[in-house]
Design a protein around this ligand. Structure first.
Ligand code: BDP
Length: 730
């Protein structure tokens, strides 16, 4: 077993008996449970000596109320967190009597906080400050918010300072969320199947709800609150109308009750045709008065049960889902119908822009923009249009979606995918903090230079108060929540960036490693380096230089650049890579589909020019010859092959780095990560071999020197079949 905090020599020397004696004497704290990943980044493992002494001195006493469920949750978290970190919780007192007191609350609910931090009353909602103060002449710390939830967020931040070994002296922190709605989207079905889920079943045990409230729901709420997330959409965007039926609303209300103390509102995905399926109406036409009445009554019923219900997420007229266009109405008509009935209750509509039609000859990457941009200004004030980060579909790399910046009158909500549908499911290590930041930092030039996607999303560019960001969750019933230990980092990174989209991906990774694995500098350095290079490795071994949508059909597991035919062209790979004897890539330049014209002029010019477009997006925007010289001096074909091999080599390097940490990570998690990295290396090699075998049939060029030919003929790769791969849509 691992002895947290004990020097290695001691660990090695301690036999079982000696260890037992130490544990009995209370000198070494035993981990509360096995390191199975359940605790996430809230492990609160003991701080090692000698640091522990200083932290203990700064957290001797706790003054925290418990008059509301949120206050009680805050106090309990501090006792639990500080207790774990310091070996024993601070004394809980009504008023500090010694140096090192931590005082938490709002000016409204605590006279002491009102004295120490009166300015907390002016903070934004959900925001907080943490400040080193003197209390009756003695040093202490105040964690204050304008509201209870802000204080809870502040408490988690304070704990993070200890968890990441930041000093507790001289503090003067002030934080407020940059984005108003920070939500997870669960693609969970009512039978607990999770679409694109790779972490077991849905965590929502609908059958046993509302009678049985799994304690996991509370831990889920804690984890989200620790990041500042404040909403969760419980069910799949490919929605079943049944979720709106009374028995399910009762279950939803029970979950909302668990989430409420943690500041998390519950939302539902609404099926647009629910008035027909549940209400027995003959139409779901948004302009039909009977349809409107049905939604009105349904929404009133929802709010009668859940007064703080957040609102609806809607996928309409997309991939076969019903929607307003079935009746010749627009997306605005559909969204506004729901917005009108939600508005009196304070609810919102999150209307998805992920639309494309199989009958539409237009380049799929252009369709959402074509559909939605003309509707700018036609949505009600409580509608957000939810846009995926890129114009196709959560690929390992996409340019930012051209809708960002193009609809100044409409709040655009970002949708990222946290689950790794296209980046190796849960077995591949791919840290997505870098992907999220790449999109958020991209400059739309919508209002000149500096018009970043982050500023579109946080509302500052076009002056919106209603703003939002969503992450498609990677959470399931697996003990470690996310299917792999490292996928927890993607939930974490999404949450941190939802709070502040300008945070640095490396800083987030570092905090996560310290909280999740260890503060040992060797661990921190090595693991952060692995994480920072990991997403680029996936891009390299699945198809670099702007290639996209090359995965196997349906379940999307493994390579499928040969995928062709079937129900619709834009679900195939050949549609996207367009490889011929002459060259490869999708011509979206002015000479091609002209998707570049959907970007603001300075961006469009760069994307349109094969000499100026970032090489990482070359084949997204251009069809170019196999022998086109690249910046490296190599011809395109050689460059692609080099990238495929570079990706595989990076995974091998991650394995070696992880192996080197064997003595510094608990064996339970070390073993699983090592096994997953071995799977990843095999699968990276498979992607590389299959892709090269396929594309070489077009390029008819030899592999560059030193690069091995694929070991098997193309037909062998094409013949592989995985009918039971997880997560398929159904
Ligand atoms: C695609 C998924 C599909 C989702 C769809 C969506 O393959 O399962 O239903 O996105 O976002 O990425 O609606």
């Amino acid at each position: 077993m691992r002895v947290p905090g004990a020097p290695r020599r001691l660990r090695a020397a301690a036999g079982a008996a000696a260890l037992a004696a130490l544990l009995l004497a209370g000198l070494v704290a035993a981990p509360a449970s096995a390191e199975d990943g359940y605790a996430l980044w809230l492990r609160y493992a003991p701080i090692e000596a000698p640091d522990a002494q200083a932290y203990r001195a700064a957290a001797t006493q706790l003054v925290a109320g418990a008059a509301t469920p949120t206050q009680a949750a805050t106090r309990d978290e501090l006792l639990r967190g500080l207790g774990g970190l310091l070996g024993a919780p601070p004394r809980l007192l009504p008023y500090p009597t010694a140096a090192g007191a931590i005082v938490v609350g709002t000016p409204a609910n605590s006279p002491l906080v009102a004295r120490l931090a009166p300015d907390a009353a002016q903070l934004d909602r959900e925001g907080y400050l943490i400040r080193s103060v003197r209390i009756d002449g003695r040093p202490g710390t105040v964690v204050a918010g304008r509201d209870d939830i802000g204080v809870l967020h502040g408490a988690f931040h304070l704990l993070r300072l200890l968890q990441t070994r930041q000093p507790l002296q001289g503090l003067d922190l002030r934080e407020s969320p940059r984005i108003k709605l920070r939500v997870l989207n669960h693609w969970d079905n009512l039978d607990r199947y999770v679409e694109r889920g790779y972490a077991g079943q849905s965590i929502w045990d609908w059958h046993r709800l509302p009678g049985w409230l799994d304690p996991r729901y509370t831990d889920y709420a804690r984890a989200n609150a620790s990041l500042g997330l404040n909403g969760t959409v419980l069910n799949n965007v490919n929605a079943n109308a049944e979720i709106l039926a009374a028995p399910y609303l009762e279950k939803v209300a029970a979950l909302a009750g668990v989430m409420r103390p943690y500041g998390i509102r519950v939302y539902l995905s609404a099926r647009f045709s629910a008035p027909m399926e549940l209400g027995g109406l003959s139409t779901a036409d948004p302009l039909d008065p009977a349809v409107r009445r049905w939604w009105q009554a349904k929404v009133d019923e929802v709010y009668a049960r859940i007064p703080d219900f957040g609102g609806f997420l809607v996928k309409a007229n997309s991939e076969g889902q019903p929607g307003p266009q079935d009746y010749g109405r627009s997306h605005a008509d559909g969204a506004n119908l729901l917005a009108d009935v939600l508005a009196p209750h304070g609810g919102v509509v999150m209307w998805r822009a992920f639309v494309y039609s199989d009958e539409e000859p237009e380049d799929r990457a252009r369709q959402a923009y074509s559909e939605f941009v003309p509707l700018d200004g036609r949505f009600r004030d409580n509608v957000l249009v939810q846009v995926k980060n890129g114009p196709v579909d959560f690929q390992p790399r996409e340019p930012f979606h051209p809708m960002f910046g193009a609809m100044p009158k409409t709040p655009l909500m970002m949708e990222f995918q946290v689950t790794k549908e296209y980046l190796g499911f849960s077995t591949h290590l791919a840290y997505l903090g870098t992907l999220y930041r790449e999109t958020l930092a991209a400059d739309t030039f919508a209002r000149g230079e500096g018009s970043t996607v982050a500023r579109v999303v946080d509302g500052s560019l076009h002056g919106h108060a209603l703003t939002g960001i969503a992450g498609v969750a990677n959470i399931g019933s697996d003990r470690n929540w996310s299917g792999s230990h490292f996928d927890q980092a993607n939930w974490y990174a999404f949450g941190r960036l939802a709070w502040n989209p300008d945070l640095d991906a490396r800083d987030i990774a570092e905090a996560w490693v310290r909280m999740t694995f260890s503060n040992d500098p060797r661990v921190v350095e090595a693991v952060v380096a692995m994480m920072m290079a990991s997403r680029e490795a996936v891009v390299d071994y699945t198809g670099a230089l702007g290639l996209h949508h090359l995965m196997a059909r349906g379940h999307h597991y493994g390579p499928g650049p040969w995928v062709d035919g079937g129900p619709r062209a834009d679900w195939t790979s050949v549609y996207f890579h367009r490889a011929t004897r002459e060259g490869i890539g999708f011509d979206r330049s002015r000479r091609g589909s002209n998707a570049v014209s959907q970007y603001a002029a300075p961006v469009a010019e760069v994307f349109d020019d094969p000499a100026r477009v970032p090489e990482a997006l070359l084949l997204w925007f251009h069809h170019v010859p196999w022998d086109r010289p690249m910046r490296s001096g190599r011809p395109l074909w050689d460059e692609l092959v080099v990238r495929y091999d570079r990706g595989v080599a990076q995974v091998a390097a991650m394995r070696a780095a992880w192996d080197g940490l064997r003595d510094r990570i608990d064996p339970e998690r070390h073993r699983q990560v090592a096994a997953f990295l071995a799977i990843q290396e095999q699968e990276a090699q498979w992607w590389r071999d299959a892709s090269i075998a396929y594309f070489q049939a077009f390029s008819r060029r030899p592999l560059p020197a030193g690069h091995a030919p694929p070991p098997r003929p193309l037909a062998d790769y094409e013949a592989l079949s995985f009918p039971h791969a997880p997560g398929d849509g159904r």
